[in-house]
Design a binder for this molecule. Structure first.
Ligand SMILES: [Zn+2]
Ligand SMILES: [Zn+2]
Length: 258
């Protein structure tokens, strides 16, 4: 079995000191490829360096909406350079976070649009982070995302109705361990409407440990297996068929070597 963790933060302090062991535990669990996602200039640099050290590890580079206020022309130029590394497979995470509101909405919107323009220019997929900003995220994608070929909403925890809007635009949806949480009925209803050729899996580790590992404060790629099992059950499928389908979707989306 082969599963891909499409969104992890292996460069974050909770995980960075132990990556070789984390990778071994992940492989033993059947999670055999990883996309480590950068969130600021320093993390982006580290993500590219880490991806270049491991087979089947890739990187995404972007500025998290939390840090939109720090973005200058130079930040975008560095992003562009890193994004052309052969292990870089996506732009992101980028988007809008109106939950924490750590940057002005105006800055978040501007930086999100800049990411979309860069992705279109480099012909790379975009990983979207959207929290408490669904309508505005869609509005910016409608306005600035028309030339971006592939878009995924990561850590999706919205409704089935929102999932249908995302699907109608041709975008993909990625689920974390949130779908396994007891109080996540809404997210489960959404997962039911997402077909396997649009559905991807992620840990978003070190955050979001799935059940039954939720008490484990630090999440890691090996735990993706629990989210995969849960979603396979929800879809009434064998785990191996579910894994094969979502891995095929993921390889096509990020243009990973087969
Ligand atoms: Zn995120
Ligand atoms: Zn993330």
């Amino acid at each position: 079995m082969e599963l891909i963790d499409t969104h992890c933060h292996l460069t974050f302090d909770e995980l960075a000191g132990d990556v070789p062991a984390i990778v071994e535990r992940s492989k033993a669990a059947g999670v055999t490829a990883w996309i480590t996602v950068g969130t600021d200039p320093n993390e982006n640099q580290k993500a590219i360096e880490l991806a270049n050290k491991f087979a089947n590890m890739y990187a995404a580079v972007g500025i998290h909406p939390h840090d939109a206020k720090t973005v200058t022309v130079g930040t975008i130029a560095q992003l562009k350079e890193l994004a052309q590394n052969e292990k870089a497979v996506a732009i992101g995470e980028t988007g809008l976070d109106y939950h924490y509101d750590l940057s002005l909405h105006e800055d978040q919107r501007r930086v999100f649009a800049q990411h979309l323009e860069l992705a279109a220019e480099l012909n790379l997929p975009v990983i979207i982070h959207s929290r408490k900003a669904f309508d505005e995220t869609i509005e910016i994608l409608d306005r600035h995302g028309q030339d971006v070929k592939k878009i995924v909403f990561h850590c999706f925890s919205g409704s089935a109705e929102q999932a249908k809007i995302i699907l109608s635009k041709g975008y993909h949806i990625s689920f974390t361990g949130v779908v396994t949480f007891k109080n996540a009925n809404r997210t489960r209803e959404a997962a039911k409407v997402v077909p396997l050729d649009r559905l991807m899996l992620e840990t978003d580790c070190p955050y979001m440990s799935p059940e039954p590992m939720r008490k484990q404060k630090i999440n890691e790629p090996a735990f993706l297996i629990h989210t995969a099992k849960f979603l396979a059950d929800l879809k009434g499928m064998d785990l191996s068929d579910f894994a094969q389908a979502t891995t095929t979707t993921t390889k096509a989306f990020f243009a990973l070597p087969v």
